[in-house]
Design a protein around this ligand. Sequence first.
Ligand SMILES: NC(=O)c1ccc[n+]([C@@H]2O[C@H](COP(=O)([O-])OP(=O)(O)OC[C@H]3O[C@@H](n4cnc5c(N)ncnc54)[C@H](O)[C@@H]3O)[C@@H](O)[C@H]2O)c1
Length: 273
Amino acid sequence: MTTTKSIEDRVAIVTGAAKGIGEAIAIRYGQEGAKVVVADIAGDGAKAVADAINSAGGTAIATTTDVSDQDSVKQMFATALAEFETVDILVNNAGLISPMKHFLEADKAWWDMIIGVNLTGTFLCSLEAAHLMARKKSGAIINLSSGGATRAHRCFVAYDATKGGIEAMSRAMALDLGPYGVRVNILTPGSIDTTGMGAEDLALRGTNVPLARIGKPDDMVGAAVFLASDDAQYITGQSIVVDGGMLAQQRSATVDIRPPKDFPELPPTNGEE
Ligand SMILES: NC(=O)c1ccc[n+]([C@@H]2O[C@H](COP(=O)([O-])OP(=O)(O)OC[C@H]3O[C@@H](n4cnc5c(N)ncnc54)[C@H](O)[C@@H]3O)[C@@H](O)[C@H]2O)c1
């Protein structure tokens, strides 16, 4: 790993940074010399990541933040400002991937929960960031999307809807915020192992990826640094896809998390009745 120092001394909030892709981005931002706010609803995990950044010579604090709750988001920004005086970079990474449900098993509570964290959470954090960044005429917002924004996953109707919404919202935000010097871009992971898949699963899933392997959280961090840096100063409203080539190919999945043989029996009933 070669650090670029392109975001040195910038203040970055990374949400959902207690584990997975968010953790990898927060750690790399710390190595790049950014001051990092490691935010997560899992406060202990966020603290462990912030401690790791500080132990390695970086600068980080942790916040316990529920991105779906406006008061919690406002508190996160207040803490960031109290500690670091400004916010230059926001990575809206926090996201609920599961539970998955077949559409015929879906209910409003499930929909509201996933929309609340992924889509409303991205909106709430971006709103706070935009007000700060527009006033100082600079800032970078990076929103995590998914291949599901443009190609569907089975049993992920709510998730895919949030990611499509995040992509549309990012472009619309880019237009509104561009004149204020605030850039908004999309970072789209492919299949990234954040759960610690076994060797057999990794090998099987890797066979359908053009670059012949499942991604690692560290695969995401170079693009996250680039989009946050001045090297990307004329880029807004765009998406960088970091997926080993998956979206470029037309090929059906060998492994489906929930294949049609596991769909519900008919006639289904609406669980809310
Ligand atoms: N892993 C993949 O293959 C993949 C693929 C496409 C997109 N993504 C996207 O990348 C992002 C990170 O994915 P990941 O695999 O690292 O996820 P993960 O499940 O490993 O980690 C998500 C983190 O978000 C936190 N979180 C959940 N709800 C929260 C809330 N309300 N407020 C604050 N934090 C909350 C969790 O505690 C967790 O630490 C997500 O937006 C996800 O949709 C991941």
